[in-house]
Design a protein around this ligand. Structure first.
Ligand code: GRF
Length: 211
């Protein structure tokens, strides 16, 4: 049985932060019993930082370009998260690969959202690649982060059918709506605990957390 010891979230972003906004809204609306302790961006001026400030959430900008190595950057982020007593790290459009040093600092406590039905289309530009491939159904996935890119245990998925006349942009817009729905749900499932990881499977606890 697993689950983070506390409900303090650290959200890592690089850009517009619409998933961050969905998490902020879920917390504010009472759908998600959590506290966003800090939003960290690796890019100055990321639009998501402004969303955090508007919500009164502490922010930190840690520029990867200021560090000599991936590990050094990652450890600076870990230090900030520890300073804020974060129990669960949520990647929300964070465009950096995390090193094993980061992941082992938060064992089974780093989540990511990806705009495809994993394991199809890991990596960048997943919505366009799914559309170009001609799939009938794409979607969104929240998974536990492991050293394998977009390869960790799947916590939640939502299917998004491709419609006739879709463009990569229209498909991406509908996938984004699904992302905003499932990310807060997945965070809630992880925070509620009672789950375990068996091989690559995230096995949810029963409601109430007792199996
Ligand atoms: C989302 O599509 C997410 O799945 C991917 O990056 C995008 C971030 O968008 N990892 P936003 O910054 O949350 O608006």
């Amino acid at each position: 049985m697993s689950g983070p010891a506390n409900r303090r979230l650290g959200v890592l972003i690089s850009g517009r932060g619409s998933n961050l906004q969905a998490i902020i809204d879920a917390v504010a609306g009472g759908a998600l019993d959590a506290h966003i302790a800090v939003v960290v961006s690796n890019r100055e001026g990321a639009a998501g930082l402004e969303r955090a400030r508007r919500a009164g959430i502490p922010t930190a900008t840690i520029r990867h370009a200021d560090y000599d190595s991936r590990e050094a950057f990652d450890l600076a982020v870990v230090e900030e998260l520890r300073r804020r007593d974060v129990g669960l790290v949520c990647l929300a459009g964070f465009m950096r690969l995390l090193s094993p040093a980061f992941i082992s600092a938060f064992p089974d406590a780093v989540l990511n959202i990806h705009p495809s039905l994993l394991p199809s289309f890991p990596g960048l530009d997943a919505q366009r690649r799914a559309w170009e491939h001609g799939v009938a159904v794409s979607g969104a996935t929240v998974h536990v982060v492991t050293p394998e890119l977009d390869g960790g245990p799947i916590v939640r998925q939502a299917a998004v059918p491709v419609r006739e006349g879709d463009t990569p942009a229209s498909l991406a817009a509908r996938i984004l709506e699904a992302e905003h729905r499932i990310y807060p749900e997945a965070i809630r499932a992880v925070l509620d605990g009672g789950w375990r990881i068996e091989g690559r499977r995230f096995v949810a606890g029963s409601p109430g957390g007792v199996l």
